[in-house]
Design a protein around this ligand. Structure first.
Ligand code: FAD
Length: 803
């Protein structure tokens, strides 16, 4: 084994092998993979090898398409067969809600270039004669589903990597990792040490153990998963290979395996495996079968696919594989650990392994994953994703693998976990809470405890009328919103202003002022949107998205000078309440000594203000687009502030409102938000944030690319549409049609109560930015007329906020 390598990849499962291949493809040849046993000695070995392109996140779906196309390439390079069987696949719907889900999945596939087709039950039965028609209402056909040979795929990646210059060492366990002061790593193995610039944790079932070698607790848990293979079936003799089939309501997947059928299930009562540590002596082993546990699903399976029963069970496989709490992979660099990368939690290695390898290799070689990998970024989890939290969420996710998640559905596991001091007070107001990074936050308020529940639906729900009343109050009198779940950072030091000016695209505010700013990466793409509040010469607050806290901190650490600036996350230390609406000033004026008039405390001001006895940082700003104020206090003061505002608010028609109303209000103002309108695939001019990019500044990250985007105009444009919707509004990810072609996609949608219109925000090609007609947005299979708006539907000049 060599003693030095540019990269050591730990783990020779499908993911590690893919990372290795993609590193060589990206030009890094001095790369070494170290495998504890033989290649595939983790979950890869006993996988069913199924692959498909459909994924809830369109960006992950694109990487799945990439993975499936890649098999030809690695077969060609390596000469190793991947055992690819492209059989096509059908997804069966057993309920009307599932039929709607299929319609939406098909619609999303349109702008991803996927060829998905909705078909009738009769058509489905022609394609997949083993199904019993009476259990189903409809189906979707995907021509590029199928299965591969896990051994073949892993070895094809590995051989291709070796041909590209990589080395692979087997039967060698990495037992520890030690970082040198210069950020390089000593990879300690049973057969000597390797000095490496970079280390990749692709240890699959042992990802937690390898993480712990560097003090990292990765939110990953393995679940037992069982599938069975039937005896040979006469129905299959002399026929074309059967398709892949997912029976969502039956919670069953089936495909042909030689002369029989393979049937697997994600059972409700799933069982985790090795909950806190994975034994090192587990290898190409199987777990004992527990058919009883999956018996309810098997019964359904044999009813829905009756020919399988008489064939008998030839073999049962029970093997563990890992999941992150939301079921998506965990990839990327890790904050605070220079040159340490992860590629783990990959639960669908044969659909996602290629995309994971590609993105990680680009990230390592070019400093950027080259695609929008937010949904897979390890930085989406913070310290709150503990082992026990992960355990609860992974079990839930596993048991719901084939369940519909409705847009207004909040999942119950691991809740309530993080609550703010006013939680019980909001409960007493019949708040319906949502879960955001483990935080409970109010979504809407019901008139009574009995009504405080979401009835899940694709369409406007039981909350609609109550959200309408909340929006009305914000527009006509005043609304009170808890805003604790925003991300917050305190930036201090003599170099703070200079550093912020380099990291953020807009100018830095004067003392007592607020500035909104995008944050760009080197390619000039949006990687954040912030409110910068300046307290004093050397003291700033940054307010942004809490879910991206780790992501931001990781980015900041790249450019922070060794001294002169400190950045401290303080989201949990400062909780917040906001008052918005025409009466908000009068209400607050009764409680504070400062003059809150526009002349004295104009829009975008920020100061220390005592509200009654409560010391706050107060900003005159509101995401609602109304006159409004945000108040930040340390947690010990939040109850007092809440009581004070509620009491004073009685006279002013103050009503609590929640996240659903806020979403509607911000869309009416064409205000975008992180992870919806603002993502690393968009530039600031495309996203309509050009006015917040200060090109007069001589130097900031992404400036050159931003200049270029401005000159060329970018490729996309974010537009606001009114939509001729009936009982269902756009949610996000629906296709936008123009003159009969799917040209773009919706990023957010809601009913706008102030304008009495259904609204959507979405991207279209820049060439269509000026088109005034011809647009449609597809909502649950119906194309609805959509009219682009020249300006925000509510208060386009922003007078409400400013006066
Ligand atoms: C029953 C079953 C059915 C499945 N069906 C499918 C399916 O149909 N389709 C699909 O896409 N996915 C399926 N999967 C999931 C799939 O197997 C995983 O997504 C995939 O195997 C993950 O690969 P990996 O490389 O991340 O991890 P692993 O396969 O676990 O590989 C990790 C490797 O790292 C090595 N390693 C760990 N620690 C060290 C160390 N310290 N030093 C050196 N080496 C180390 C291990 O020996 C192992 O070889 C299934 C899984 C199971 C169990």
């Amino acid at each position: 084994m060599k003693s030095h390598a540019r990269v050591v990849v730990i783990g020779g499962g499908v993911v590690g092998a893919s990372v290795l291949y993609h590193l060589t493809k990206a030009g890094w040849k001095d790369v070494l993979l170290i495998e504890r046993a033989e290649l595939t000695s983790g979950s890869t070995w006993h996988a069913a090898g199924g692959m498909h392109t459909v994924n809830g996140d369109p960006n992950v779906a694109k990487l799945q398409q990439y993975t499936i196309k890649l098999y030809q390439e690695i077969e060609r390079i390596s000469g190793q067969s991947c055992g690819v069987h492209i059989t096509g696949g059908i997804m069966l719907a057993g309920t009307p809600a599932r039929v709607d889900w299929l319609k939406m999945a098909q619609a999303r596939g349109r702008y991803l270039g996927m060829d998905l087709e909705l078909i009738s039950v009769d058509e489905a039965a022609k394609l997949f004669p083993l199904m019993e028609k009476k259990h189903f209402l409809g189906a979707m056909y995907d021509p590029i589903e199928g299965h591969v040979d896990p051994y073949g795929v892993t070895h094809a990646y590995a051989k291709s990597a070796q041909i590209g210059g990589a080395e692979i060492v087997r039967q060698t366990r990495v037992s520890d990792l030690a970082q040198r002061p210069d950020g390089t790593w000593d990879v300690i193995t049973e057969r000597g040490n390797v000095h490496a610039e970079h280390v990749v944790n692709a240890a699959g079932l042992w990802a937690r153990e390898v993480g712990r070698m560097v003090g990292l607790e990765l939110p990953v848990l393995a679940m037992e998963h069982q599938y069975l293979i039937t005896g040979d079936m006469p129905q299959l003799v002399g026929k074309k290979e059967q398709m892949h089939c997912i029976d969502f309501e039956g919670e069953i997947y089936v495909r042909q395996e030689r002369g029989g059928m393979l049937m697997g299930t994600y059972e409700r009562a799933g069982v985790p495996w090795s909950e806190s540590t994975t034994p090192w002596d587990f290898g190409q082993d199987l777990l004992p079968n527990d058919l009883e546990r999956i018996a309810p699903s098997l019964e359904v399976g044999f009813e829905h696919f009756p020919a399988l029963g008489p064939a008998g069970i030839k073999k049962v496989v029970n093997g563990p594989f890992t999941f992150a709490p939301d079921g998506n992979p965990l990839i990327g660099p890790v904050k605070g650990l220079k040159n340490f990368w992860v590629a783990c939690g990959v639960m669908a290695g044969f659909s996602q392994g290629g995309g994971v390898g590609l993105s990680l290799a680009h990230w390592m070689v070019d400093g950027d994953p080259g695609a929008d990998v937010w949904a897979m970024d390890v930085a989406r989890y913070g310290d709150w994703a503990t082992l026990a939290y992960t355990n609860a969420k992974v079990r839930e996710n596993y048991s719901r693998r084939f369940s519909i998640r409705f847009p207004n559905e909040e999942l119950p596991a691991a809740r309530p976990l993080r609550t703010t001091p006013v939680y019980e007070k909001l409960q007493a107001e019949h708040a319906v809470f949502g879960d955001y990074c483990g935080f409970e936050h109010p979504l809407w308020f019901a008139p009574s405890a009995a009504e405080a529940t979401d009835i899940v639906s694709w369409r406007r729900s039981n909350a609609h009328a109550h959200v309408a009343a909340e929006c009305r109050a914000v527009h006509e009198t005043a609304g009170l919103l808890e805003i604790s779940n925003y991300g917050k950072f305190e930036v201090r030091g003599p170099g703070a202003a200079e550093w912020l000016s380099r990291v953020m695209a807009n100018r830095i505010p004067k003392i007592g002022k607020i500035v909104l700013t995008p944050m760009l990466n080197d390619r000039g793409k949006l990687i954040g949107d912030f409110t910068i509040c300046r307290v004093s010469e050397e003291h700033f607050f940054l307010i942004g998205t809490y879910a991206a806290e780790q992501f931001y901190l990781r980015w900041f650490e790249r450019s922070l000078p060794p001294s002169g600036v400190t950045v401290r996350p303080c989201a949990v230390e400062y909780v917040g309440l906001s008052v918005a609406g025409p009466n908000s000033r009068a209400l607050l004026q009764d409680l504070v000594r400062e003059d809150l008039s526009t002349a004295a405390f104009p829009f975008m001001s920020f100061r220390r203000v005592d509200v009654g006895m409560v010391p706050t940082y107060m900003g005159r700003v509101s995401f609602t687009g109304e006159l409004g104020y945000e108040m930040w206090v340390t947690t010990d003061y939040q109850r007092a502030l809440y009581d004070l505002l509620q009491k004073a608010g009685r006279e002013y028609g103050l009503k609590s409102f929640g996240g659903r109303a806020l979403n509607s209000l911000r869309i009416e103002k064409s205000f975008g938000t992180w992870a919806r309108e603002y993502r690393p695939i968009y530039g600031p001019y495309e996203a309509g944030l050009g006015r917040f990019v200060d090109l007069q500044k001589p130097d900031f990250i992404g400036r050159t690319a931003a200049l270029d985007e401005r000159a060329r105009g970018g490729e996309l444009r974010l537009l606001t549409f009114t939509v001729a919707a009936t009982d269902a509004d756009a949610l996000g990810d629906e296709p936008i049609w123009h003159d009969g072609k799917a040209v773009g996609w919706v990023t957010s949608g809601a009913y706008g109560f102030r304008v009495g219109q259904s609204l959507a925000l979405g991207y279209v090609p820049a060439g269509l930015a000026a088109a005034e007609s011809g647009f449609e947005i597809e909502i649950i299979g119906e194309r609805r007329k959509a009219v682009p708006q020249k300006a925000a539907p509510v208060d386009p000049q922003g007078l409400l906020m400013r006066t």
